[in-house]
Design a protein. Structure first.
Length: 277
């Protein structure tokens, strides 16, 4: 892939000699950069807010992004939604507990299904780490997007990330050494062109031993035109696409620019943003 792969949910739980969520955070996530991107996009479309903004992090797992959001401004609030108690409890103990007391009061992790109506209101809703790829048919994904639209305030955003490219139709494995002393592997196990379903796994090599399938995923590979169409069908007034740039070696540089056309390449990462005016 053009840059580090992201993911969000684990299917199996087993005792490991390391903190799998800490390794995941170091290998895959960049919450500080994520929340700055969200804030900058809000300012781009609606100008600087007069007071703090509310972020809802769908499929939040440990809620690392929610915690970073409340650090950005003294009036920012956030909530994370998920159905898995284990990562949420981990986040409460390892992320929220490390915030200042007044920051802790402005963040909450809530067990809730995003397909249910009555999602918490927010100025920005985000579904990242490709988490919504778990919805493998258009009807279900449209239901989710409509729920998001109903829950986002006027002058609000719905931010999702995506990945794709011709390399994503092949079984492959990326190996990425992480500076903190372990190796991260992203494996695409298979791909079915008749359904666009694919299976993935995250492995870690830790202290010389390889631990396979620490996290596994069964996803539908959605395309940007499909996501744009569903966002508009759900009610959003406009949709913007932000494409990741490349370094000289072809890997992703972590910088995203607004585009109207993509690039035919082996792999890419992009943000797609639904705009509610």
């Amino acid at each position: 892939m053009a840059s580090k792969k992201k993911a969000s949910k684990t299917k199996r739980q087993r005792k490991l000699p390391f903190d799998k969520y800490d390794l995941y955070l170091n290998a895959v996530q960049s919450p500080e950069g994520d929340v700055q991107f969200y804030r900058d996009r809000y300012k781009e479309f609606f100008g600087a807010p007069k007071k703090g903004l509310t972020l809802r992090e769908d499929f939040c797992a440990g809620g690392a992004i929610s915690c970073e959001w409340v650090k950005l401004h003294k009036d920012n609030t956030s909530c994370g939604l998920d159905l898995d108690d284990e990562p949420m409890n981990y986040g409460r103990a390892n992320y929220i507990a490390k915030l200042k007391p007044e920051q802790q009061r402005r963040v909450a992790l809530i067990k809730k299904n995003v397909l249910e109506k009555g999602l918490p209101k927010a100025h920005i809703a985000a579904a990242t780490n490709f988490s919504y790829y778990i919805f493998r048919d258009r009807k279900t994904l449209t239901t989710y997007f409509k729920n998001v639209y109903s829950s986002v305030h006027s002058k609000g955003l719905f931010i999702v990330d995506m990945f794709g490219g011709t390399a994503c139709t092949d079984a492959s494995q990326d190996r990425i050494p992480i500076r903190s002393g372990f190796t991260y592997y992203w494996e695409q196990k298979d791909f079915d062109p008749a359904t666009n379903y694919a299976n993935f796994g995250i492995h870690f090599r830790y202290k010389g031993k390889l631990y396979k399938n620490v996290f596994t995923y069964e996803w539908r590979m959605w395309s940007i035109p499909e996501i744009k169409e569903i966002m508009l069908e759900a009610g959003f007034d406009d949709v913007a696409i932000y494409w990741e740039g490349s370094k000289r070696d072809g890997s992703g540089n972590g910088k995203f620019d607004r585009v109207t056309e993509g690039e035919a390449c082996l792999s890419w990462i992009a943000y797609v943003i639904g705009i509610k005016k």
